[in-house]
Design a protein around this ligand. Sequence first.
Ligand code: GLC
Ligand code: CA
Length: 544
Amino acid sequence: MKQTKWWKHSVVYQIYPRSFQDSNGDGIGDIPGIISRLDYLRELGIDVIWLSPVYESPQDDNGYDISDYYGIYHEFGSMADMEELIAQAEKRGIRIVMDMVVNHSSDEHAWFLEARKDKNSRYRDYYIWREGEKGQLPNETKASFGGPAWEWDEEAGAYYFHLFSKKQPDLNWENEAMRRDIYRMMRWWLDKGLGGFRLDVIDNIGKVPDAMIRENGPKLHDYIREMSREAFQKYDIVTVGETWGANVDNAKLYSNPDGSELSMIFQFEHICASHSEEYGKWKQEKKDFVRLKKIFTDWQKALHGCGWNSLFWDNHDLPRAVSAFGNDGIYRVESAKALATFLHGMQGTPYIYEGEELGMTNIRLEDLAQVRDIEARNIYEELKEKGWNHQEIMEAINMTGRDNARTPMQWDDTENAGFTAGTPWIGVNPNYREINAAAEMADENSVFHYYKKLIALRKSAEWGDVLAEGTYEPYLEEDGDIFFYVRSLEGKRLLVLGNFSDRERTVELPFGIRKTVLTNYPEIRMEGNTVVIRPYEAVMAEPT
Ligand code: GLC
Ligand code: CA
């Protein structure tokens, strides 16, 4: 294969530690549990694990509130376990990418405790304070998890700023000493042999609270370039930024091939396309596949040769891909494979979220007591105040709430899906008796085996370079059911075709099929250039 950055040929697998594998029966997934499942991941064929945060944390937001960047949360294990995970993964050719949350810390971080206690502490300015009068909010900025972004702190006698929960005070990136402390900490982790970082809500670090600018602030890219220079460029790592405010233009800065910023970013245009003006993700329009395809096409074209895409349908903050974009009823298996085909045929680095490779689905919750996620618990109250009834709110939470992705990994059909011998911290999806890793590993036609083939394709001598480097040409762009594009490199072409709907369609292609590479139905129905595409059928093939 061509000599490029290793991560251009990699597939990443995201682990949400709390929900992956419990090793000691306390109902909470942990690092030794992950180590015990590394062989499963090697079997799947992935190259990189993105590990959601395992640092010391009061767990207000399941670890996205860090109280000590140099420590491991005791319920997840110890630093020795973490080092063992890095070493055991390496033995299997897998790198560990840690989730790095530096837009904010926990309010229990030593810096914040000092800052609130003592106005003259060197840490005071590590956070964002506005003095003034209790009850007089500095401005109207809202926090992402509900309520105002300003919280009055009695001890400090001032307001502090938090874009997420009030236990997640924002760090002040204007402060150079704070930035140095962060870079030093990043290098400390990288020296342990990490494969890189996923940078949580990184486009918020350039915020300008007084101007109510959250994302894409004027100094954002200065900070990222500095971070890259001070922490990343000394290492052969992958870095991916979470950027809800990204567009194709700033994505070229973030993922500039000169390496001055990051390797790539997560952009969310395809996720937000169906969100509503007033209620965001809590009230959505029907998915418009023409629009969805266009978003992907724009990104494929814009970054070709001058940036790099990350490719994903779901993660720990999003509903399950097969439920959100596919059909998690009778076409669960077909649609999970079709979604995977569409994504894994593209240029970029694909990300698989734990259980996606099994076609795991959303869960149905009936009452608030079953809800674990802080965001959903807060929105419940907010929507109630806005006049929604219980039923309507639960429907919204079931459609798009984050707990959908956080139910335990379904390993087998024994009690609690093989996740824990104790009581799981969050309810297991009752469909684990049918949908689980053991059953799928034993079934050649499973979603698991399909993912395995897609991953192998990206590394194959025959198709690896076309997938990593090839151009992208879309066809049938106005068709609301069919996706169809061709990847090409130096005369070698890969056709990617499929049906996003549950009706059968007959379409005319501009060329025929010479050789099938991968399909999710037993055979392709094609005569000349006319193909009959069944519900959620998907094909990768070499065209004539
Ligand atoms: C990111 C994380 C999410 C977290 C938030 C605050 O969006 O993915 O899980 O709640 O940042 O850190
Ligand atoms: Ca445990």
